[in-house]
Each structure stands twice: as structure tokens, then as C-alpha cells.
Design a protein around this ligand. Structure first.
Ligand code: NAP
Length: 262
């Protein structure tokens, strides 16, 4: 079975494609022959750099600036992709807000920000994309990046877990609702992953020094954190027809097993 060119002829929208896991997913999709890619985020210098990198390498790629705390911005990422490439076939919701907050110190503003970026934006991006796919009657595939923490998580992740657990439920609801439309919707509960965003979070909230990644890696069962390029390959597989009829699955993509003990 060839795993080359899994996304040939497909147009992909990646939220949070300006850095971290989303950028890795855009790169993996380009390697697998995507016809066109849109990356979104708030930061033009990052988004334009990824777009230029992939376009130069042969995959037409655009950056659409969007702040996902705004539903009109979220919707515009889908309509903008359709304007640029004539359609959208595949969507990845990778953008995420991971700012810390506990049950006691989270204020309404922080709670609302988590829900807006991690739950409301994916909801309306999927609504816009599904409406378009229904008009075209072509089916499609959507992958949502969730988190192992949605099983419970640390006390300092209260609003994050609330929003991501909502997203896991939404994956199952939307997948069931649209399975006969051949629109597959899945989610990945990824574990601790080495990204730019995680580096910033470790330094800002956990007093991490330059050696944090080496120490964190050594503490993990398999001696490393999740690697964005490995997750990206898995996401591309889930997006592609090679993953068959799989839908409504929220898959633990991690090296620790929920519910198991030594
Ligand atoms: N790294 C981990 O350990 C880990 C673990 C579990 C789950 N996750 C999940 O994995 C996904 C990717 O995380 P990452 O580690 O790659 O983080 P990252 O490096 O911080 O990237 C986050 C992405 O989300 C975008 N984003 C954040 N807030 C946004 C907003 N208001 N509007 C538009 N875009 C926004 C950022 O773009 P701009 O900055 O350009 O706006 C960036 O492209 C997230 O959903 C996160 O919750 C990560």
C-alpha cells in the first residue's frame, strides 16, 4: 500500500497553521500532494512565511489572518479558502489557547477566551465547512486537535479542559449527524508535545529554563515528548481516504494510558 500523495487533489484549511502542530500538519499535507492549503492565525509574519515556504516548494498555500475569538473571523477562514481555491475538502482545527487557570482563579474573561478559541471557533468553522460540503455533495474529512487533558487534566487547566472536553463531545455529535453525508469528523487527544507554544507556556507559567525539554523528554515513557511531525502524519492519514470509514473517533495519541496503573 502506497502512502504517497494521500491528499492529491484536495484543498485543506488548517486553523493554527502559523506555528507549532498546525504548521507541521500543513507541511505534511503538502508532502502528501495537497492541491492547495490555507493556514490561519493572528500572526502574519509566521503565516506568510509558511505560505511562502510551501508555495515555493510547489504547493499553492495562502495565509488568512483570523482571530478565532471572533466568529466572523472563524467563518471567513472557510469562505476565504473557497474564494481562493474554489472549494475546501479537508479541515483541521489545530488552533488552541492553553493559558493556565484553576477552578478558583479563572475569571470570566479567561473562561470565555478558552471557550471561544477551543470550542466556539471549531464549531462555526465546521458549520461553515459542512454547509459547503453538503452543497457539493462530495463528502469530506475534518480532524480536531484535542488533548489528553480532556480526560481530566491538571488543576491549572480548568477552563482549557472544559473547552476541549466540549470539543470532544462535538466531534461525536457532528460525526454522527453527518455520517450519511460521508463527511468524516474525528479528534485526536494528543499528549505533551514539543511545540513553540509549549516552550512559551513552560517558560511563562512553570519557571522552565533552557533545559526543560531535555528534562521533560527524559521523564516520558518513550524518552521524548510528542513530535509534531509524527502527529502530523497521523492527522494526514485520518484526513485521507486511507482511513476508510472511521468517523466520530476521539483517539488518544499518547504514550500514557488513561485508567492504567503500575
Ligand atoms: N503542545 C502540547 O503539549 C499540546 C498538548 C495537548 C494539546 N495541544 C493542542 O494542540 C494544538 C496546537 O498546539 P501547539 O502546541 O502547536 O500550540 P502553538 O505552538 O501555540 O500554536 C497554536 C496555534 O494556534 C493559533 N491561535 C492561538 N490563538 C488563536 C486565536 N485567538 N486566533 C487564531 N489563531 C490562534 C496560533 O496562531 P497565532 O499565534 O498566529 O494566532 C498558533 O498557530 C492546540 O489546539 C493545543 O491545545 C497541545
Amino acid at each position: 500500500m502506497s502512502l504517497d500523495q494521500l491528499l492529491a487533489g484536495k484543498v485543506l484549511l488548517v486553523s493554527g497553521g502559523t506555528q507549532g502542530l498546525g504548521a507541521s500538519i500543513a507541511r505534511a499535507a503538502a508532502e502528501q500532494g495537497a492541491e492547495g492549503i490555507v493556514v490561519t492565525g493572528r500572526t502574519p509574519e509566521h503565516g506568510l512565511a509558511i505560505a511562502a515556504e510551501l508555495t515555493t516548494a510547489g504547493t499553492p498555500t495562502e495565509f488568512i489572518q483570523a482571530n478565532l475569538t471572533s466568529v466572523p473571523d472563524a467563518r471567513a477562514t472557510v469562505t476565504g479558502t473557497i474564494e481562493r481555491f474554489g472549494r475546501v475538502d479537508l479541515v483541521v482545527n489545530a488552533a488552541g489557547l492553553t493559558t493556565r487557570g484553576t477552578m478558583l482563579d479563572t475569571d470570566e474573561e479567561l473562561f470565555d477566551a478558552h471557550v471561544a478559541v477551543n470550542l466556539k471557533a471549531p464549531f462555526f468553522i465546521m458549520q461553515e465547512a459542512i454547509g459547503h460540503l453538503l452543497e457539493r455533495r462530495t463528502g469530506g474529512s475534518i480532524v480536531n486537535i484535542i488533548t489528553m487533558s480532556q480526560h481530566g487534566g491538571q488543576p491549572y487547566l480548568a477552563p482549557y479542559v472544559a473547552s476541549k472536553a466540549g470539543l470532544a463531545g462535538l466531534v461525536r455529535n457532528a460525526a454522527h449527524a453527518h455520517r450519511r453525508d460521508r463527511i468524516r469528523i474525528n479528534g485526536l487527544n494528543i499528549g505533551w508535545t514539543a511545540t513553540e507554544g509549549e516552550d512559551a507556556i513552560q517558560r511563562r507559567f512553570h519557571g522552565a529554563g533552557d533545559d526543560w525539554l531535555a528534562r521533560a523528554s527524559a521523564s516520558q515513557p518513550m524518552g521524548k515528548l510528542g513530535q509534531p511531525d509524527e502527529i502530523a502524519d497521523f492527522v494526514v492519514f485520518l484526513l485521507s481516504g486511507r482511513s476508510g470509514v472511521v468517523t466520530g473517533s476521539v483517539i488518544d495519541w499518547d504514550q500514557n494510558v488513561v485508567g492504567a496503573h503500575d
